[in-house]
Design a protein around this ligand. Structure first.
Ligand code: 6GU
Length: 269
């Protein structure tokens, strides 16, 4: 996969040289390029922002450097991807974007080329995104319902979430199957985990995990997933596919005061 990132703080992306992502770059699984938006600013002060039309607080990123940067990225990528018609899927981090999810990470992991346009200040002039949408897919993405100063932290999060799904990036491909939010867990949160010593500072790990009884361990983990999801993310529990709810699940849910039936599960009162 090729990934291009355009930012006025390219150093902000240096963690992408570390750990599994850094390794994936070294081994050629990930071809990641970070670009400084200011290289496409043309005035003496390398200005990339200006006051918002219509007034208001803050500054808006000017269209000209962005258009030049995105054109240069498209050109560079076409050279490297051998497909002469290739275009990147442009992702634009923004608190006004669509929520980034594990499902989106899986979809993006199937693409050959992603590009990220990191806005700072109040954002990028909207016409840049309109023009880009005539060249290829454009998706504004948000990490969640809070405000960051710019898109760089979101790029770190999205690139890590996507890259770890690429074949060969993780040592153990099974670890992506059972984790929280993976389709295989039916969208439940993962159960708590323990390691040795079995008793630490007077606290014992759950007995069942020492039993060697795989079916009992699986049943215990399923129950813990349900309880934790009910506590922390009742919204996820409500979206559970009724066909995936077993009789044992119903007993746990009833204990929590949840109702379950053929149409799904409903939270108490
Ligand atoms: Cl992707 N960008 C910014 N600036 N703030 C955010 C965000 C993204 N996601 C949540 N808050």
């Amino acid at each position: 996969m090729r990934i291009d990132v355009v930012s006025i703080f390219p150093e902000y992306l240096s963690p992408l040289e570390l750990s599994l992502i850094g390794k994936a770059r070294q081994t050629g699984l990930l071809d990641l390029h970070v670009h400084d938006l200011r290289s496409w600013a043309t005035d003496r002060h390398r200005t990339v922002d200006d006051a918002p039309l219509g007034g208001g607080a803050g500054m808006v990123m000017r269209p000209e450097p962005w258009a030049a940067a995105l054109a240069a990225v498209r050109e560079a990528g076409r050279g490297s991807l051998e497909e002469p018609e290739a275009v990147p899927h442009l992702l634009v981090p923004s608190p006004a974007g669509v929520p980034f999810t594990q499902a989106m990470a899986h979809d993006l992991a199937g693409e050959a080329w992603l590009a990220f346009a990191c806005g700072r200040y109040e954002g990028i002039d909207e016409r840049v995104l309109e023009a880009a949408a005539e060249q290829g897919p454009v998706t504004p993405v948000s990490l969640g319902d809070y405000v960051l100063n710019g898109g760089e932290v979101a790029v770190l999060a999205v690139v890590e979430a996507v890259a770890r799904l690429l074949p060969g990036v993780l040592g153990n491909p099974e670890s992506v199957v059972e984790e929280s939010h993976a389709p295989a867990t039916g969208g439940l949160l993962e159960a708590p985990v323990y390691t040795r010593p079995a008793t630490w500072e007077g606290r014992s790990a759950p007995e069942v995990l020492l039993s060697g009884h795989h079916a009992k361990v699986a049943a215990w983990r399923r129950e813990q997933s349900l309880r934790r999801t009910a506590d922390r993310r009742p919204d996820l529990l409500e979206q559970l596919d009724p066909a995936q709810v077993t009789r044992a699940d119903r007993a746990v849910l009833a204990d929590l005061g949840w109702e379950s039936g053929d149409s799904g599960v409903r939270r108490p009162g």
